[in-house]
Design a protein around this ligand. Structure first.
Ligand SMILES: [Zn+2]
Length: 212
């Protein structure tokens, strides 16, 4: 087994669809919604839809039941390295809590270590834990930054999230707001211009605009 396969299996374990979500209640609610739309929930194409939707939510919203501390527990290292660590273009999919429609895009994470670093592959997994919940983009951005801040006690943490919101795009209102960028800057990234600029320059290098 390659290391890649190993990693993706671990992710499957961590983000395993929940067994304690109340599937039956979701299924019943979806059936009611289908009727309310004017559909016939017993027609062939819709017969298993409530079941599929319920099972889909256990996956899309698995982040409530994952403890990010467990993900990182074997991946923290003491080092003397104090240069900026950047992980950019982390693809994520989340769900807007106002409309329960997806928003998706990429997250960029940087920190300036202070004696402690985390395995690089863990950062996208931390992003996923917070993305797989009903979210607003601003809070998700802050939660990722706060978690890394508490975990690593670094000199600084910066998180920038760019996303497209289907609730804006599909509804044809305020299309100009369909793409949104949020950021959270802690410590040295907030206090000093130089690290902030280095991070922002890095993530804009060769960056293409978000597209569907
Ligand atoms: Zn929304």
């Amino acid at each position: 087994m390659t290391e890649d396969q190993n990693n993706s299996n671990e992710i499957m374990d961590e983000m395993r669809p929940s067994t304690d979500m109340d599937l039956l209640t979701i299924q019943n609610a979806v059936t009611k919604m289908l009727s309310a739309f004017g559909e016939n929930p017993s027609r062939k194409g819709l017969l298993r839809t409530p079941e599929r939707v319920a099972s889909m939510y256990t996956e899309l919203l698995s982040g409530y039941r994952v403890d990010p501390n467990k993900i990182v527990k074997d991946a923290l290292f003491e080092v003397t390295y104090d240069e900026m660590v950047i992980v950019r273009d982390i693809e994520f999919y989340s769900m807007c809590e106002h409309h329960m429609l997806p928003f998706m895009g990429r997250a960029h994470v940087a920190y300036l270590p202070d004696g402690k670093v985390i395995g690089l592959s863990k950062i996208p997994r931390i992003v996923d834990v917070f993305a797989h919940r009903l979210q607003v983009q601003e809070r998700m951005t802050r939660q990722i930054a706060d978690f890394l801040s508490d975990l690593l006690k670094p000199q600084g943490v910066a998180v920038v999230v760019e996303a497209m919101h289907l609730c804006s795009m599909m509804r044809g209102v305020k299309k100009q707001n369909a793409r949104m960028t949020t950021s959270a800057m802690h410590g040295a990234f907030r206090a000093n211009l130089a690290p902030r600029q280095e991070f922002l320059a890095n993530i804009s290098r060769g960056a293409s605009p978000l597209q569907m």
